[in-house]
Structure formats: C-alpha cells, structure tokens
Design a protein around this ligand. Sequence first.
Ligand code: PNS
Length: 165
Amino acid sequence: MSLTAVVPGSFDPLTLGHLDVVRRASKIFDTVHVLVVTNPDKKSMLDIATRERLTAAAIADAGLQNRVLVRNWESGLLVDYCKKIGASVLVKGVRSQTDVAYEVPMVLMNRSLADIETVFLLPNPAYSMVSSSLVRQVHALGGDVREYVPESVLQYLQRVRAADQ
Ligand code: PNS
C-alpha cells in the first residue's frame, strides 16, 4: 500500500526547520505533498505564489523532488485537499510542548471532519528556536537569517532588500 502524507503550512518563508521535517517525512511516506496555504490568522509577508516557488526551489535544491511535491491550496479545508489526492495523514513539525498544545485542537478537528490522522515529527533541536515569524522579524530589522533559511529563500530576501535600498 502506498502512503501519501501532506505537510501543510504557511511557509512564510520556508525555514530549515520546515525542510528538516519534510526530509524526515519523505523517509517515512511514499509521497509527500508540501501544501502551501494561507493562514487567515496571520498577515503574510510573501504572497502564496512566491511562498510556493521558494519552497519548490528549496525542495529541489535538497534533492527531495522525487518523493516531495509542492502545491498550494486556497480552495477550502485542508482535509478536502487530502481527500482530493487520497492522503490519509497530515504531518506537522513540533518544536515544543507549546507547538503540540497549539496543534491538538486542529488534529482532533481534522479527524472529526474527515478521519485524517496527524503525525508529529520533531525537527533537529538545532532548529528549535527557528520559526517563520522570527525569521521575518530578524530580517525586517536588518539581521542575517542565513543560518535559518534555505538558499532559495535567502537569495530572495537579499534581492528584495537590495531593491529596497
Ligand atoms: O504554518 P502555519 O501558519 O502554522 O500553518 C497553519 C495551518 C496552515 C496548518 C493551519 O492554518 C491550517 O490547518 N489551515 C487549514 C484550514 C482548515 O482546514 N481548518 C479547519 C481544520 S483545523
């Protein structure tokens, strides 16, 4: 039986922590869809097409493109995307108990809505303080984020900064 998993997120932008979780998921599942969505609770720095493009470039640069597809979803519930592609598992990266507590209601809601299970994967602890929101903040305040994001994201952020100056 072939197992497909979906790794959803805003990826605004993709971080090395996200990439680490996707790499781990690709070792467990036959196919992984990294699904770029818009979180209505957050104001995005990057539009969804840019987030998808930078994420796809990072997946290719990491050599993961054979098992990992990058897609976007703006047509409703996450579980509807899972049903559309025949995935029965969501993968979420969790860095801490705070992340787990944030995820638990969504896990239960997605299970209630469509019998979709969620698997938690822990990234390398080297990335435990890395989040998209902190990357956005450090970058916006002029800091160097090269230790926290893949090359595709770093180059994009540097290009935008240079164009703004
Ligand atoms: O990277 P983020 O912003 O923490 O990702 C949050 C995300 C996209 C996983 C969350 O916003 C989400 O699950 N959105 C899908 C909307 C949905 O289906 N909601 C109802 C069930 S929880």
